[in-house]
Write a protein that binds this ligand. Sequence first.
Ligand code: ATP
Ligand code: MG
Length: 270
Amino acid sequence: MSRNDRILVASAKGGVGKSTTALGLALAFSDMGKSVLLVDCDISSRSLDLLCGDDSEVLYNLGDVILGRVNGEDAVLHPFAEYPDLGFCAAPHLFQDEEAFEKTGRHLEQLAGEAVMQLAERVPRDVLIVDTSSGGGVTCAGGMADTLTTVLITAEQSHTSIRAAEYTAFQMEKIGIKNQRLIVCSFDAQAAAKGQRAGVIEMIDRSTLKCAGVVPYDRRLVLRQENGLLPDRKCISRAAYRNIAGRLSGENVPLFTGMGRYGRKRSRIL
Ligand SMILES: Nc1ncnc2c1ncn2[C@@H]1O[C@H](COP(=O)(O)OP(=O)(O)OP(=O)(O)O)[C@@H](O)[C@H]1O
Ligand SMILES: [Mg+2]
């Protein structure tokens, strides 16, 4: 197994590409031939079931694992025929919180990290990827801190987003998580080249995080997500996530590999 086989995606800020990154990496690792367990821990704003194409098949979820109703595999779906080794566990429903609190004296969010570890023991895969909520990433990571190999912190180019990345990194550090990496999401290269928005180096400097990769703004990805479709190979983000998965697996992949014009404009965008 690789050193980076247990990955949690986080940011204190909402809407900065956490879920897109979790799914993008799950597909990328699958493309590399690895088996993947993707778990949604975003209780307040569960979205991976929708991004995986459909929520109607979600019978059991992580909440049922927490409540002891199901035993591992039953809570894991295989939503993509082309990726039979990609398992997905949906986020708990908010209404399960009351029962969880009655049974354990703790809320779902506080129980999620431990439940993910239980699930990962019962359903072992090469790579575990955990998506978290904007408020709950650190709490979730706390339940799995000893076993996490990498925390990926996503940020867009806005000042608030970069500040949230720095704050998240600080909180993760406090619970002992050392291996943290920045993922730059929805990167607007044109604005960076014109000096209108932060470039990659500025984002690294300001967040104080090492960067695992840059995902360009990808309109095709947005339209496909809205229509319940996976990003296809024409999506530039697909190449970006493939590069990131390669780096996390120890490959030496230059920043804009496979991204055409981004590679050519590299010096201006950075
Ligand atoms: N590379 C990209 N290019 C264009 N749009 C993107 C990209 N990545 C994410 N988005 C869009 O940004 C929005 C937020 O993305 P996403 O849901 O992944 O963020 P999140 O951090 O998980 O949000 P939340 O905090 O609500 O869970 C979505 O509409 C998504 O389509
Ligand atoms: Mg999300």
